[in-house]
Design a protein around this ligand. Structure first.
Ligand SMILES: Nc1ncnc2c1ncn2[C@@H]1O[C@H](COP(=O)(O)OP(=O)(O)O)[C@@H](O)[C@H]1O
Ligand SMILES: [Mg+2]
Length: 259
């Protein structure tokens, strides 16, 4: 079993404090969901886990099986088994989708133990079929000209090929129609298992109709303010977030507001 442990995480962007003490612990075989309105720091948490240079950690720790993640460069984090599906994936011209995925897979393997081209293609074909993606998308430049929904499917395809130990999926459901939502959920559910843990960030409950999280957390004002089981997501869908704000005695849940 692997564990990703985030303790008292404080993060600043350009001198502005965004995260103010996030605590979260995820084991492999678990699916966690972080929910919360816009502007509460969810994407900042994802970027800090992956090591985006703009996000400065001023306090707290992130450890993967006891190893200091904050001391690792972005590529080292990827090789250590972390994966981020971004809310707004970048377009990279000149690199085909297939080449990108094969390099990323091989970067996690020992030299001389690279995945064979045949095996790679067979696996890619079958995963693309699961995600109902056009085969020609493999040979297109990474995300270039992809529609919003294609980018999201492609992030999940990368995850399924790279097989990270922990995946952080930031708003993977936004902009997806119901069919796309189903195939993306199917891809995530296929990954479930003892060697995989997942943090799903979303502000809608609807994705969680297809993926049952083991733990649900609510983020407000740059902190995890409430945690529970799948029933918490259902309560949020039925009642919204106001009752949590009332419990906390706050009016504005976004960051930048002092608690
Ligand atoms: N790159 C950035 N530069 C400046 N401010 C940022 C940046 N990213 C996020 N913020 C600010 O941090 C706050 C939280 O944003 P974010 O983490 O994206 O929230 P969420 O994902 O919950 O909507 C917002 O006030 C946002 O304006
Ligand atoms: Mg966000």
């Amino acid at each position: 079993m692997s564990t990703l442990v985030i303790k008292d995480l404080h993060v600043e962007i350009e001198g502005k404090q965004i995260l103010k003490g996030v605590n979260l612990s995820i084991n492999t075989s678990e699916i966690h969901a972080i929910m919360g309105p816009n502007g509460t720091g969810k994407s900042t948490l994802a970027s800090a886990i992956m090591g985006h240079p703009k996000y400065e950690v001023t306090q707290g720790t992130i450890e993967l099986d006891g190893e200091d993640v904050l001391a690792m460069e972005v590529d080292e984090r990827a090789r250590a088994g972390l994966f981020l599906a971004m809310q707004y994936p970048s377009e990279i011209s000149g690199v085909t989708n297939a080449d990108f995925m094969r390099s990323a897979m091989n970067a996690r393997r020992e030299e001389g133990n690279e995945v064979s081209l045949m095996k790679f293609i067979r696996e890619l074909d079958s995963k693309m079929e699961t995600l109902a993606m056009d085969q020609d998308m493999a040979q297109r430049y990474l995300n270039e000209g992809f529609s919003g929904g294609e980018k999201k499917r492609n992030e999940i395809l990368q995850m399924m090929m790279i097989k990270p130990t922990f995946a952080v999926l930031d708003e993977i459901d936004s902009g997806l129609d119901i069919d796309a939502l189903k195939v993306v959920s199917e891809g995530i559910n296929q990954m479930k298992g003892e060697n995989f843990g997942c943090l799903i960030i979303t502000h809608y409950q609807r994705l969680l109709n297809y993926i049952t999280p083991d733990h649900v957390h609510v983020m407000m004002q740059g902190r995890v303010v409430k945690s529970g089981g799948p029933e918490l997501a259902h309560k949020l869908e039925a009642e919204g977030y106001d009752w949590i704000k009332a419990e906390l005695g706050i009016e504005d849940e976004t960051v930048g507001q002092e608690a």
